[in-house]
Design a protein. Sequence first.
Length: 356
Amino acid sequence: MSKRILLRRVEMIGLTGSLLAGLVSCQGTQGGAGVMATVDGRKITSDEVEKYYGNQTAGSDQKPTGEQAVSLRLGILKELIETEMLMRRAEKLGLLATDEDVDKKLNEIKSPFSPEQFNQKLAEKKITLEDFKRDLRRSLTLDKVLNKEVSSRINVSDQEITDYYNANKSEFNLIEPQYHLAQILVTTQPNKQVRNLQNNKAQNEAEARKKIQMLENRLDSGDDFATLAMNYSEDPDVSNNGGDLGFSPESAFRNTDSATRDAVLKLKPGQYSAAIPIVNPANHQVAAFRIVKLVAREQSGQRAGDDPRTREAIRQQLHDRREQLLKAAYYEVLRDQAKVENQFAEQVLKNAGAAK
């Protein structure tokens, strides 16, 4: 499993990445500051959930209603519960981010902007500086926990790298430039084969437009691309691995739609496109929307096994695979150890899913 949604790093969109806008101001609709869940006695209130809910639906012409709104709140609450479990672990390990940590990171984020520009960015995302710093502290804290409890345990040996290269040598013979892509796909017709983690599928074009807008908002707010793909993408083939499409030769773009081709060719590694509509040529109707990320670009030619770039790419690939596995196991262990009460989920079940 890739990085979880609430373990995102704080970066600024269009300048140093994406502005994390997790804790934004929004009027609650679930009973003021009522308790929606507890983790080891720590309360998660509706106000907290509504702040995230407000950010994720910002910019959408039509707000979620009924079961859609309930489902979105359930997903947000699940993320907050997982964050709280990790925060409790951080306290036990003495890994809470310090004021110095927060100030240092905040200054890094603010450095490309004038004070007026930075404040404007916060205003656009409807987030206060104090809320931003609080979420930044959480993000830094959770990174510390995962680095200590998971990442520090991973070791990829030189022999493992050599063995992987020898077993997959053809993978490094690039006849033409290669593009490593990932995508998030939202279709206008639900696919029975789709099994994303949230079991979330758009039922028609209007819902697809709202959903892709929500996903754009979350990416712009700093959410991890792979995690969003696993949770929401409707691509039955790659949503479970973070939307990773692997490498494609440059010639493959001759067979894709011009909008996707033009978007990909303009991207730099690490960047993602705006939502791209995919039109059915038979009826000229929108069949889906996709957001494409360029993970990496490789020039043509055979990559030698002792090429530092090749070895580092293999090392990172093996490391990431192992990290995803260990993180998934780590979350399950924390969940088993924590005392969690999800009152909102109980309420939804009691009301048979009806919005109350």
